[in-house]
Design a binder for this molecule. Structure first.
Ligand SMILES: [Mg+2]
Ligand SMILES: [Zn+2]
Length: 231
């Protein structure tokens, strides 16, 4: 289906969709956290969170409330992120490896496109497709623009990444790389999961198999050694 390996002759090599989280996965630090810490009201999340837990506000409303206190121009945000986010080693090399095989790498993020595009562009990876929300930054306070994730997910009850994954998947072998709560549901769709931090702990608790990773050199080496990947 779709744009599989055009050579097709060996048959044993199945194309991959490498679905990759952004914050804390491609970057070493969470850009949303960096932005709020630098330009917003520190500690506000602690006040919002009880209302979120009590179901008085949705996650989207809670995040909008938090980001309304973020007063910065787009270029201030960009400068901060380019200075502080940091890249997890081996990501550009993984992308080049995947592209040479005819695989696709897509960034699936619950963060903001302008931030992600700025970082990827600075790293020479501006060509990567990005599926995310958006934030419009201004000195009067940031406004969040939510992408359409359809109806709430049948698995987790939220508008999670699963919808986006399904929409972009073309029947390749699905590889998911992530680190956090926003990856929990989408990762469970994948044929192979690379996980670190909170995602790794969650999957371990639930008995979902995954490969631990700390950088993309490990991810590439694992994918290479697993080739041709058995179904
Ligand atoms: Mg993350
Ligand atoms: Zn879900």
């Amino acid at each position: 289906m779709g744009d599989g390996n055009p050579s097709g002759s060996l048959g044993a090599v199945e194309n991959l969709l490498i679905a990759c989280d952004f914050d804390g996965t491609i970057t070493r630090r969470d850009t949303l956290h960096l932005i709020v810490e630098e330009f917003g009201t520190r500690g506000l999340w602690a006040a919002i969170e009880p209302r979120l837990r009590a179901g008085e506000v949705t996650l989207e409303q809670a995040m909008q409330e938090e980001f309304a206190t973020v007063r910065a121009t787009p270029s201030q945000v960009r400068d901060l992120i380019l200075r502080e986010a940091g890249m997890r080693a081996g990501f550009p090399e993984l992308v080049a490896w995947a592209e040479a095989r005819g695989d696709r790498v897509i960034v699936f993020s619950s963060g903001f496109r302008s931030v992600i595009d700025a970082v990827l562009g600075a790293w020479g990876l501006g060509r990567l497709p990005v599926v995310s929300h958006e934030a419009v930054f201004s000195p009067e306070g940031a406004e969040l623009v939510w992408s359409d994730r359809g109806e709430p997910c049948g698995e987790c009850g939220r508008r999670c990444k699963r919808h986006d994954l399904r929409r972009h998947h073309r029947g390749e072998r699905l590889v998911y790389v992530g680190d956090g709560i926003s990856d929990r549901c989408g990762a469970r769709l994948a044929d192979l999961v690379f996980a670190r931090a909170d995602l790794a702990r969650d999957l371990a608790v639930d008995g979902v198999p995954f490969v631990p990773f700390e950088d993309f050199v490990e991810v590439r080496e694992h994918l290479e050694s697993a080739e041709p990947i058995a179904a």
